[in-house]
Design a protein around this ligand. Structure first.
Ligand code: HEM
Length: 219
């Protein structure tokens, strides 16, 4: 087995892969949230952002897409394999499970991650390819979003995903800082506060879109 294979086989290697791919995904999500806020600057600005994401420089689009796809696959595979390893190491579950230091966020990482994966597949079929959209327009992205969130179930599905994204980011950023060695021992570490602020800003920023449409502020 080569050095790369040995690295991937080790639990520490998988955690580092999760951390590095997590940083890439968080970077995209922050940029995507900021781009999405242009929804409130009107259709022209928002459609220009969507064109940048999809059409303007097609080679760049595919480099970004390729990086995201590889990152998601590695992130999910490493998470799944680490979970299986942990289970194999402790085949019988605790008779009484009373988490002492784990937070609600850390306990939702697995099923929250699965919900986010389903959300992502739906989301691409919804706004990028238009498969799941009732009136998709290739060039009118602002209208696509404004029409989609008039549906209460769709808006709720997105809002649920954004709440889980907040929990996932909060725990993920904090865990990643520890794995990659940025965290210093402390009762109230700075990384934890940074993780909290980023998680809230990102999920509230995204949630403003479905909320503003479903509550009738944007028509
Ligand atoms: C309310 C929340 C969100 C809204 C309104 C939104 C909106 C959009 C829109 C309109 C597009 C299509 C742009 C176009 O190609 O015309 C898009 C693409 C995309 N979104 Fe989102 N998004 C949201 C949340 C997210 C989240 C949380 C993630 C990641 C976890 C995400 C990942 C992506 C990806 C990967 C693409 C495809 C980019 C490409 O075509 O290469 N989005 N989003």
């Amino acid at each position: 087995m080569g050095a790369l294979g040995k690295f991937w086989e080790s639990s520490v290697g998988k955690k580092i892969v999760m951390g590095v791919t997590g940083v890439i995904l968080v970077g995209f999500v922050i940029g995507h949230m900021a781009g999405n806020l242009q929804f409130f600057a009107g259709a022209d600005r928002y459609n220009a952002y969507a064109r940048l994401l999809k059409h303007d420089i097609i080679e760049l689009t595919w480099i970004v897409r390729g990086t995201l796809i590889v990152s998601v696959i590695l992130h999910v595979t490493a998470a799944y394999q680490l979970t299986m390893r942990n289970r194999a190491a402790r085949p019988a579950d605790y008779a009484l499970r009373e988490p002492q230091v784990s937070t609600y966020a850390s306990r939702t990482m697995r099923w929250g991650g699965v919900y986010l994966l389903v959300f992502l597949l739906y989301h691409i079929g919804h706004f990028t390819t238009g498969w799941f959209h009732p009136a998709f327009s290739e060039t009118g992205t602002w209208g696509n979003v404004a029409i989609a969130f008039k549906s209460v179930p769709v808006a709720l599905f997105y809002l649920g995903a954004m709440a889980l994204l907040a929990l996932h980011l909060y725990h993920g950023i904090w865990a990643c800082a520890r794995t990659l060695g940025f965290a210093r021992p402390s009762a109230n570490p700075l990384q934890r506060r940074i993780a909290l602020v980023l998680a809230i800003v990102v999920s509230v920023g995204f949630s403003l879109l479905p909320l503003s449409v479903v509550l009738g502020f944007v028509r």
